[in-house]
Design a binder for this molecule. Structure first.
Ligand code: B12
Ligand code: SF4
Ligand code: SF4
Length: 371
């Protein structure tokens, strides 16, 4: 059996659903796409505006002498656990974030693969998962493990687009797979029409600034006009994958990604969640990096969108939070819920508020209710 075949068998034994290998050459299409996207203002964060495009597309800059990029995909489509008892409105957590943080899971498995490969060949290797300086989807397409959907997701035959990606870059020469085809969607444009915020600017191009997944991850105040588009999503967004016909026949798997969170948690207890509870419940998941404040901000927005008066007492407490961003988004949520109680709570808070941005949110919320 060739070394390449052994690598692929080993990767599957470790729990990866797809594995492919590409030569470690620059990802030129991705480089062009990053430049165009940054210039058009559709890709602003995640380091893209600060660093040159080529710093995300050169495997040999990550590992000098790199010859091969082993790309893996791991499914996170698991059975839905039932949320325990609760009351009031519920939110949504995107599927990729419901289990143990995939960064750690994929990295740990790739480390095992790398150690095995180094033991066999004396190879050097580096591992990238999401936050690494390489465009994962472009590497996956080059390694033939999936093709681009018009929603830009990489769609695999094994698990549809419900996969996360990672790479092992090595200086060992291996046999390379054919890159995936560039035109698998045909005439379909279901995802583009279904996207709640119109973030799929044109086929294969996401406007990061409009994508709800980004809004739930960004720092600070979420622009008021975009808050209603977030709907019931506390973290991430799955709409453009849920509607995709290529995902319909994919069935959930049991392992290796466990499921820690329900996809539809009750919101009220999450709004004023303590630091300890946040660490316990959210800490082990891929949501943890946004921290407790951004998480609670998102919960406040979703409570506003649910417009359920059961949330008024929790939002009233949040109006006096130590974080201005929480006070501001709680004010907005009360403005969406409306009613006499909400008005008097907002007016009372306005008398004491000293932060100019929160004062503005309180005033807007009051005028929204008063008409
Ligand atoms: C920044 C980022 C985001 C940002 C911006 C995403 C964006 N598309 O602009 C935000 C926060 C919005 C985001 C959201 C999500 N993300 Co994200 N994200 C990333 C990250 C860190 C970089 C992606 C990026 O900006 N690439 C640069 C741009 C230019 O590339 P692109 O959008 O893929 O566009 C490609 C196409 O345009 C293609 N192309 C260009 N011209 C043409 C022409 C033709 C004909 C074709 C076919 C293709 C094509 O080339 C480009 C280069 O790959 C990667 C991890 C990584 N290190 O790569 C994860 C990653 C892409 N995200 C991932 C996931 C799971 C998600 C979400 C599903 C999470 C969720 N449920 O909320 C959503 C999906 C949103 C969507 N429809 O893309 C996975 C994707 C797995 C998969 N199956 O594809 C990745 C790979 C993380 C991982 N390691 O698993 N993400
Ligand atoms: S919904 Fe249609 S256009 Fe969008 S990714 Fe799936 S197959 Fe392609
Ligand atoms: S993740 Fe949601 S907001 Fe972003 S492109 Fe897909 S459907 Fe649109």
């Amino acid at each position: 059996m060739s070394l390449t075949e052994q690598v692929k068998i080993r990767a599957r034994e470790l729990g990866f659903d797809a594995v492919g290998i590409a030569p470690a050459v620059p990802l030129e299409m991705a480089e062009r796409a990053i430049r165009e996207r940054v210039e058009s203002g559709r890709l602003k964060d995640y380091g893209f505006a600060r660093r040159p495009a080529e710093s995300f597309t050169r495997p040999d800059a990550i590992l000098p002498g790199a010859k091969s990029v082993i790309v893996v995909a791991m499914s996170y489509l698991t059975e839905e656990p039932e949320e325990g008892r609760g009351e009031g409105p519920r939110g949504k957590i995107a599927r990729f974030a419901r289990g143990s943080d995939y960064h750690a899971v994929v990295e740990e498995k790739l480390q095992q693969l790398g150690k095995w490969l180094a033991g066999q060949t004396g190879a050097n290797y580096r591992i990238c998962v999401d936050t690494g300086p390489i465009i994962d989807r472009a590497a996956a397409r080059e390694a033939g493990i999936g093709y681009y959907g018009k929603n830009t997701a990489i769609i695999t035959k094994e698990a549809g687009s419900w996969v996360v990606l990672g790479e092992l870059i090595t200086n060992v020469e291996l046999e390379y797979d054919e890159p995936a085809s560039m035109e698998e969607c045909g005439d379909c444009s279901v995802c583009m029409r279904a996207c709640p915020s119109g973030a799929i600017a044109c086929p294969f191009v996401i406007d990061q600034t409009k994508c709800i997944s980004h809004l739930t991850q960004m720092k600070g105040f979420i622009p008021r006009e975009l808050r209603p588009l977030i709907g019931d999503r506390i973290y991430g967004c799955d709409v453009c994958q849920e509607v995709c016909p290529k995902n319909i026949l994919v069935s959930p798997k049991a392992a290796p990604v466990d499921t820690l969170l329900s996809g539809a948690p009750y919101l009220i207890p999450l709004l004023n969640i303590s630091e300890e509870e946040f660490k316990r419940i959210i800490g082990p998941t891929a949501i943890a990096w946004i921290g407790r404040t951004r998480f609670r901000r998102n919960v406040a927005i979703v409570l506003g969108n649910a417009a359920d008066s059961a949330a008024v007492p929790a939002l009233a407490e949040a109006l006096y939070d130590s974080e201005p961003v929480i006070r501001a988004h709680a004010a907005w949520a009360l403005g969406q819920i409306g009613g006499d109680e909400a008005i008097s709570l907002l007016k009372e808070a306005l008398e004491q508020e000293t932060d100019a941005r929160v004062v503005e949110e309180l005033e807007v919320a009051i005028s929204q209710i008063c008409g």
